[in-house]
Design a protein around this ligand. Structure first.
Ligand SMILES: Cc1cc2nc3c(=O)[nH]c(=O)nc-3n(C[C@H](O)[C@H](O)[C@H](O)COP(=O)(O)O)c2cc1C
Length: 361
């Protein structure tokens, strides 16, 4: 997208980031179904473990995390995003969980906006933090921007986001996706921190996952359909515009999170994001093979309020996860993988269809 500046001298990237925050905070931005309501965990009548002794700790890319809950990339790049990021980061530090920042493009274009990102490492000196850059910006600016993004927050990993659904519905979006896989492979070759490819709400198929592993990514955040819809957000941002009509048309385009998880699980480290709305959803995702469970939208309102509000939300989700693990007879996250599931409805149909198609077909 072409860069300009608004009347306050801020880049259009920066003002767009603020629009996204405000629109998402108002609600009505979700579309489709992630498929979690189609997944049932088999109940263990005699769990043979104690609820207070349930262990939610996990290891991810060499880091120990207190819970598989991951705060998915949301914001930064505007002064109003600074307190939001501070609350999220301080809560991530206290809870011992990982967090991703929003796209750092605005601050890479305008270093005056770096504060809204650097605050994250200040508030979370030891947390597992992920930097964030769009795959199109990676293609245009190469390893230099990737390195600057990581340095800005002393990140432990770098998320490269793919958002071609969002770009395609905007007439002024980035419509040229050629060369992204090559740019990713070049980056992965000898980048100092692990690279995670992240979708933003339309999911990853097993064919795309195979190409990503071959390119050298260390993990995939499958960002499936059923949570925040970027087609919808862009539509709301420009009412009556061509983007609004396209946004509505393509609001539920994509691979639902549970279906995408079934496509990708077991091939490498996976974060399941997109419509994860409870600790029970987290347990379902873990049983289906996720390593971490990302949440963005549910943590936005608490993050706009305070660090304590984010902690309350995280504690609530972790408590639900522990109860689901207990009732499944799984004392550890690792043993959640062995819990049997029943999959019903449309999700079952989509998964069945996949099984009929030979790999690569
Ligand atoms: C307000 C907001 C801003 C976001 N900004 C970014 C971003 O800058 N970069 C990115 O990779 N993902 C971004 N996302 C996408 C999320 O990381 C996540 O993939 C998506 O929202 C699906 O999760 P959810 O259904 O829990 O919201 C944003 C999400 C929200 C709600």
């Amino acid at each position: 997208m072409k860069e300009g500046r608004d009347m306050k001298g801020r880049t259009s990237t920066s003002s767009r980031k603020l629009d996204h925050l405000r629109i998402c905070a108002e609600g009505g931005v979700e579309a489709g179904s992630p498929g979690f309501s189609d997944v049932r965990l088999v109940h263990a009548a005699l769990p043979e473990c104690s609820l207070p002794a349930i262990e939610t700790e996990v290891r991810f890319l060499g880091h120990r995390l207190a819970s598989p809950l991951f705060i998915a990339a949301m914001t930064g790049g505007h002064p109003e995003a600074l307190p939001v990021n501070r609350h999220l980061a301080a809560a991530a530090e206290r809870a011992g969980i990982g967090m991703g920042v929003g796209s750092q493009r605005a601050a890479l274009e305008d270093p005056d906006l770096e504060d809204s990102f650097t605050v994250v490492r200040e508030a979370a000196p030891t947390a597992f933090l992920c930097a964030n850059l769009g795959v199109v910006q990676l293609k245009e600016h190469g390893i230099e921007w990737a390195e600057r993004a990581v340095e800005m927050i002393d990140a432990d990993a770098l998320c490269i986001h793919a958002n071609f659904l969002q770009e395609a519905v905007m007439p002024e979006g980035d419509h040229d996706a050629r060369g992204c896989l090559g740019a990713l492979a070049t980056l992965c070759r000898d980048f100092p921190v692990p690279v995670i490819l992240k979708e933003t709400g339309a999911g990853i198929s097993r064919e795309v996952a195979a190409r990503l592993w071959a390119a050298g990514v260390s993990a995939i955040d499958l960002g499936g359909l059923g949570g925040t819809s970027w087609a919808k957000v862009e539509g709301i941002r420009s009412p009556g515009s061509p983007a609004a009509a396209m946004g509505e048309r393509f609001a539920d385009w994509g691979i639902p999170t549970v279906v995408s998880l079934r496509e990708v699980a077991g091939t490498g480290p996976v974060i399941a994001t997109g419509g994860v709305r409870s600790g029970l959803d987290m347990a379902r995702a873990l049983a289906l093979g996720a390593d971490l469970c990302g949440m963005a939208l549910p943590l936005l309102a608490p993050a706009m309020e305070s660090e304590d509000a984010v902690i309350r939300a995280i504690d609530g989700y972790n408590r639900e996860l522990a109860i689901a693990m207990f009732l499944s007879g799984a004392r550890t996250v690792k043993s959640m993988r062995n819990v049997r599931t029943w999959i019903t409805g449309t999700t079952r149909q989509m998964i069945r269809k996949k099984q009929e198609i030979p790999y690569g077909g």
